[in-house]
Design a protein around this ligand. Structure first.
Ligand code: 5GP
Length: 120
């Protein structure tokens, strides 16, 4: 585990079932659940079950199987919500400049409406 990983972060607590979540899907290595403060009609978070700080930590240190299962679950969420045709947005905030709030790697899937342009 990364020495900077804080195992008291909120997603670590969700993974240990210490606090509840609205589970959407899971597989052997990843969990998908609804964001508590949705920014669009569909706003789902996908997280690895093991402890990784952010995208970079995950891609540097996770196994190929964990990567495969995480990105497969992202796609399964897209399929389940039938948003492949209308479209969606995938975001992963990382670190201070990325304004990451929860220091456990997560992918946001947003959709269900036109999300506008993110940046000019
Ligand atoms: P970040 O800014 O780290 O990319 O996003 C963290 C996300 O986690 C936010 O969208 C926030 O609404 C969500 N979040 C924070 N606390 C909780 C929680 O206790 N449960 C759930 N389901 N989502 C949370």
């Amino acid at each position: 585990m990364n020495k900077n990983y804080d195992n008291q972060n909120i997603f670590a607590k969700i993974l240990r079932s210490e606090i509840p979540c609205h589970k959407i899907l899971e597989n052997d290595h990843a969990l998908a659940f609804s964001d508590i403060n949705p920014q669009s009609p569909i706003h789902i978070l996908i997280i690895p079950k093991k402890a990784y700080l952010n995208f970079y930590d995950f891609m540097e240190n996770a196994s190929i199987k964990e990567m495969e299962f995480l990105w497969k679950l992202v796609n399964d969420v897209i399929k389940l919500n039938k948003i492949s045709k209308k479209g969606f947005r995938i975001i992963s905030n990382s670190g201070d400049d990325g304004n990451q709030d929860v220091p456990h790697f997560h992918v946001h899937v947003l959709g269900g409406k036109n999300l506008g342009r993110m940046m000019i």
